[in-house]
Design a protein around this ligand. Sequence first.
Ligand SMILES: *[C@@H]1O[C@H](CO)[C@@H](O)[C@H](O)[C@H]1NC(C)=O
Ligand SMILES: *[C@@H]1O[C@H](CO)[C@@H](O)[C@H](O)[C@H]1NC(C)=O
Ligand SMILES: *[C@@H]1O[C@H](CO)[C@@H](O)[C@H](O)[C@H]1NC(C)=O
Ligand SMILES: *[C@@H]1O[C@H](CO)[C@@H](O)[C@H](O)[C@H]1NC(C)=O
Ligand SMILES: *[C@@H]1O[C@H](CO)[C@@H](O)[C@H](O)[C@H]1NC(C)=O
Ligand SMILES: *[C@@H]1O[C@H](CO)[C@@H](O)[C@H](O)[C@H]1NC(C)=O
Length: 810
Amino acid sequence: MAPPSSLLLLPPFLFLFLQSCRLSTSSLPSVAKGTSLSVESPDDVLVSPSRAYSAGFFPIGDNAYGFAVWFSDPPCSGAACTPVWMANREAPVNGRRSTFSLLDSGNLVLTDAGDAGAEVWSSGTSSPSAAELRLNDIGNLVLTDGSGGVLWQSFNSPTDTLLPQQPLTRNTFLISARSRYNYSTGFYKLYFDNDNVLRLLFDGPSISSVYWPFPWVLSSALGRFLYNSSRIAVLDPLGLFQSSDNYSFYTSDYGVAAMQRRMTLDFDGNLRVYSREPGSTVWAVTWEAISSDPCFIHGVCGNNSLCSYDPAKGRSCSCVPGYVPKVPGDWSAGCVPNFTFSDGCVADEIGFVKLQHVDFYGYDYNTIFNTTLGKCRQTCLSLCNCRGFQFSASGSRSTFSCYPKMELLNGHKEPSLTGEFFIKIPKYKTFTVDQLVKRTQYSCPPTPEVKVVDRTYSKKGKNGALNFMLWFACVVGGIEVVVVFLVWFFLIRNQQDVTSAHQSNLLAATGFKRFTYDELKKATRNFSKEIGRGAGGIVYKALLPDDRVAAVKVLGNAKTGEADFLAEASTIGRLNHMNLIEMWGYCAEGKHKLLVYQFMEHGSLAQNLASPELNWKRRFDVAVGTAKGLAYLHEECLEWVLHCDVKPENILLDSDYQPKVADFGLSKLMDRGKAMNSDFSRIRGTRGYMAPEWVSNLSITSKVDVYSYGIVMLEMVTGISPTTTVHSLESGGDAKQIRLVPWARNKMNEPRRTGSRLEEMVDLALMGEYDLRKMEILIEVALKCVEEDKDARLTMGQVVEMLLRHENDG
Ligand SMILES: *[C@@H]1O[C@H](CO)[C@@H](O)[C@H](O)[C@H]1NC(C)=O
Ligand SMILES: *[C@@H]1O[C@H](CO)[C@@H](O)[C@H](O)[C@H]1NC(C)=O
Ligand SMILES: *[C@@H]1O[C@H](CO)[C@@H](O)[C@H](O)[C@H]1NC(C)=O
Ligand SMILES: *[C@@H]1O[C@H](CO)[C@@H](O)[C@H](O)[C@H]1NC(C)=O
Ligand SMILES: *[C@@H]1O[C@H](CO)[C@@H](O)[C@H](O)[C@H]1NC(C)=O
Ligand SMILES: *[C@@H]1O[C@H](CO)[C@@H](O)[C@H](O)[C@H]1NC(C)=O
């Protein structure tokens, strides 16, 4: 533009600036046949009767517009508005001379000025008689013919958003945007699959895989009903979502009718419901499909890399040992080996490095059931293109299965993942523990800025300068700086997706399932036999339809989000160890949240402490077994699964008096307002068993469980409860109030008089029948667990080792 003309146009420029950037409130109620909306006229906006929604040209970049429907109450302008539908998300049109018209033929067309009136979108409709386009109050843009019949409606071709009352059907699906500000189609899809189940799919350029509902659990076990082929899902205005596969949820603000809501498949692959209070410009997430660990979303990191999630830092990617990033700074490009094999299957060249808590989804060569580590290893060795294998316990837990992998994709690191993963590397490569454990700490680099394409146009229109100024004013005044996240390249060989069956086998075999409330009500005979009561809720005895005896826990204050609850329950359901109680299933129906566990014949340790049945051998077994169970939870540097409430009530005894730790992970299922993170809401546990860190401001680590374990052990051997101050029986029965830990410590520090100091400590119920040496070790271990300084305490692994070392030599 020539500067003089700009100067001359200054007053009109200002006027136009105000005109065009004024929040369009005049606007049109409808578009009739033969008329069109112009990108250059700010008043060419179709508004719904209540003004809740508007439709018109929506700026999506420098001089680039989409024809969109957006929320317009409260009024907004430009990029500050939230679009819910767009006709041309792939092909933005020019900011000059582009039009959206209802032709005389009855066809709706969007034309771009750039290419001599090129048609970029059309509804493909025709109507010999009258036709009219209106935007209704639920956000649906509807083209009707003369008699009111619907010729076309935007609700039938959603982009990434569903509005309340807009059905998702067999013919429609949502596809995420490419990035936060790039509205073109991205990689994630919400759709009804061939088996009638509503799913989320990662559909990358060369691979695709389903990640929701979690593919390792049978859809039916998650309560999805496969035999309703009506395939329809809809969010109602109050916040209840219901799908014909029997999946449903309530948003966290369910019931508030005045809320504006939308369900959007976001560019990060998560499906969320957002709500907004009347008059507010801020959207709040009131439900999301994947809330426990966003690494469950596929396609986050490229091949040969692992996604891990930290609630404080978010998702991060890292290469598996021996591999280096292919494109430094772009994790989606994956990692490549920093080594070469002469061939992938020359046995004496090959070594394996073991990773724990790691899973790669899909690309199984095949699955070998009931096998040994040696055979599994041999299988992978002899397959030149085997990159590693997973070796894990099968459902019954008495046999192991082997999963050789052709590709290491969808890698995910999470403490609750069980089994071991072995990566094939050259023998000569060695790694330090540091490299193996800590190497996953890189976080994804900030994504670079990409500027939105500049649309060019060839023809000059009338009033070119004026139009330019109008355009310029609007762009400058209305559009915020647009930042586009780097697109994800998946330069992945064209290979078909091999869906992994192994995880579903696992859960099918363990029998982890969803129960209905009615089933459990019947199984517990209307909740008649209470067998326990704790912070989490009341426990009832139940007889399941398959004749197994179960304990059903009714959670009093469970997470309201059903999805959250399901995710956590299935994660906990996957932790398995002989000293952890087995979870058989759950029920989540509206406000009813129940967990189904195996039943323990002998109740809790608390109920048995005074029993003569709990002899010395059994007590020692309880000490070792409980330590093993907790060590498994804390396993190797990963301290995510803290129990936080170790006490005799939570250690259950089976028919052989073998201990099983109960109630682990429960805190994750309870509604504590915030997600589990490093500073989770202070003070949990039970008075008497709580480590000093809880009341000071120190960080909470697995050592809180070690402390509680130490107290339980002291209680078990002395018979003295930590929750009451006790009367010492020494000095001739002269009662004096003392506390368990200092008392025990003093006793042990008294000069040795062959066991007499122990005699004074040990529970009278044992009638003096115990192994002196083991007793001494157990008390020593217990005292090392209850050190004030958490760093001075043992780890659970060390506890097991110390107790067992003595077991064998004594
Ligand atoms: C199938 O789903 C639809 C919609 O949710 C429901 O109305 C219908 O009753 C269901 N049919 C069966 C057989 O469950
Ligand atoms: C769907 O779920 C409801 C409870 O949420 C249950 O009563 C019903 O039996 C289920 N339908 C099917 C077909 O599974
Ligand atoms: C790759 O391997 C070479 C030699 O084998 C080693 O010096 C280098 O540090 C490795 N790179 C990475 C990033 O591990
Ligand atoms: C596993 O294999 C072993 C020997 O190969 C066999 O004795 C055992 O019965 C098998 N177990 C199962 C559960 O199939
Ligand atoms: C949005 O992403 C698509 C697909 O990668 C790309 O072709 C297009 O140029 C991007 N648009 C902008 C404005 O960056
Ligand atoms: C994965 O990584 C390997 C290197 O190990 C590379 O050669 C291959 O092309 C990648 N495959 C895909 C599907 O990206």
